[in-house]
Write a protein that binds this ligand. Sequence first.
Ligand code: PAF
Length: 276
Amino acid sequence: MEIITDISSLRARLKRESSIAFVPTMGGLHEGHMSLVRLAQQKSNCVVASIFVNPLQFAPTDGFDQYPRTLANDCEQLQHQNTDVVFAPDDNSLYPVRQEFMLEPPQVANILEGEFRPGFFRGVATVVLKLFNIVQPHVAVFGKKDYQQLHIMRELVQQFNLPLEVVAGETVRTPDKLALSSRNHYLSEEERVEAVQLYQALSQIKHEIEDGNRNFHALEERAKENLRNRGWKPDYIAVQQGDTLLPALSNNEDKVILGAAWLGKTRLIDNLEVTL
Ligand code: PAF
């Protein structure tokens, strides 16, 4: 595995590759990321993973400085997974001048995560487009854990005619069904036990929809109330259309239930697809 930190060396290294599968990350890697790498390996002989904590997607209160930087451990895991190249640029390599051109994402970026993290998807879309231009992958792998991000990445690729395929990786969960996330490390022992209740809340809504309940608003409100009663602060619990991510319609199209909620000082997100 090669660890490359500057753009020209990366371009020189990747010149000889006829196909590249790319896994963009911000580090803090765990088994969820490794499953994305394994998916990438099914798509190409050359897998590039990037590790870059992107300042553009952090609001001033979002904890950019506190974000876990675990490069040595991340590289160890990627090496173990037989990743071919790690691209780990510093801020100066990726943003040698102030990034004034920004990508304006579509309206769907202003709901759900976008409502609570204004500017987040602008920052994500801008850095991902830069990374795509640098790595020039044929395939890019994103996890379903960040469902809205995956959706916006698909739109980015389609609307800008980028010559690459977006591949979605399933969410990896612990045996008690907590979605793996770098943020799980912030949870106390007690919170870690409680954390699975977000999944449980989404799961209950999923079962009710499968049983024919179409009163999505009531389902969302009840789930939020239940979480509040357990000490959570929900940002949103929302039943949306699977293909557009807009609020769900009362028909039998596929849906996705998305949730974000604070448990103590940790904000967790999760989602469940409902195929009808
Ligand atoms: O999902 C992430 O880790 C980040 O949002 C991404 C896609 C690497 C862009 O910084």
